[in-house]
Design a protein around this ligand. Structure first.
Ligand SMILES: CC(C)(COP(=O)(O)OP(=O)(O)OC[C@H]1O[C@@H](n2cnc3c(N)ncnc32)[C@H](O)[C@@H]1OP(=O)(O)O)[C@@H](O)C(=O)NCCC(=O)NCCS
Length: 234
């Protein structure tokens, strides 16, 4: 029986790649996905792709009632993966280190990003790439002890918005004034958006966004899904 997903919510599933086994995931991947997996040079990248694709397809199956093997994903705007489906389920995923997050929504596109807090970015080299001039002024006035975490939070907020629109990093981050907005709902031009930051796992920060307002974001651990490719759950 399929699980319900409503138009006023976004579900965010989070977990660790190392909690799953890639051999058991291969059965739900398409031929094209297996070819792509084989193109990764590093075994860890390959494993991450296989596991994240399999969990994504499991979730799409769970909320649509369609068998995982019948779910064929395509590549859309700037490579954003999508699934053409009558239920209008939309999704986006992000991986960083061992962490994986997947956002699911109905009808409206969703964007999600997560980064590690312990990977120290080269802030002087990147700050004008990330911040608008007014954000940069606020950033420069911060206590130095807050700068690294603030930088990563701002990065994930902007990337989540750009992943929702599908633009990804083809659009300039320093033209997007969303780093320090306090409200979850706001207008960008004439368009209504929601954007929420999250900390779901130690050492990781992320954000989820979409082109619509008043979305309730529900966070669920992947370990509660009782996946067949999660050895700990049998
Ligand atoms: C999307 C993008 C921001 C991802 O950045 P990242 O921080 O390295 O990676 P994340 O883990 O957060 O996200 C990767 C996932 O986002 C999804 N994704 C890919 N392109 C996307 C896009 N344009 N919009 C939204 N999501 C996208 C994919 O599911 C991808 O995972 P997968 O490759 O395992 O399927 C970046 O790849 C980008 O800007 N792409 C668009 C530009 C482009 O096409 N570049 C190609 C090289 S020139």
């Amino acid at each position: 029986m399929k699980e319900a997903l409503s138009t006023d919510e976004v579900l965010v599933f989070y977990g660790r790649i190392s909690d799953f086994q890639d051999e058991q995931c291969l059965s739900v991947l398409s031929k094209e996905e297996i070819i792509r997996a084989d193109q990764y040079l590093l075994p860890l990248d390959k494993q991450r792709y296989i596991i994240s694709r399999a969990i994504l397809k499991h979730l799409l199956s769970r909320f649509s009632g369609v068998n995982e093997q019948e779910i064929l994903l395509a590549s859309g705007k700037n490579g954003k993966p999508f699934w053409s489906n009558p239920f209008e389920i939309r999704f986006n995923l992000s991986h960083a280190g061992d962490g994986l997050v997947i956002g699911l929504s109905l009808e409206k596109e969703v964007g999600i990003d997560m980064e590690r807090l312990d990977r120290i970015p080269n802030i002087p080299a990147l700050e004008t790439f990330l911040f608008t001039p007014s954000e940069l002024e606020l950033f420069h006035n911060l206590d130095p002890s807050l700068k690294q975490e603030t930088f990563i939070t701002a990065w994930t907020r902007k990337e989540a918005v750009l992943k929702a629109s599908g633009e990804g990093l083809t659009k300039a981050m320093n033209e997007l004034d969303v780093a320090f907005i306090k409200e979850k709902n706001f207008l960008m031009g004439k368009t209504a958006w929601f954007l929420e930051s999250f900390t779901l796992m130690e050492n990781y920060r992320g954000a989820v966004a979409g082109e619509c307002q008043t979305k309730i974001v529900q966070y669920r651990s992947m370990n509660e899904l009782n996946l067949q490719f999660n050895p700990a759950k049998g």
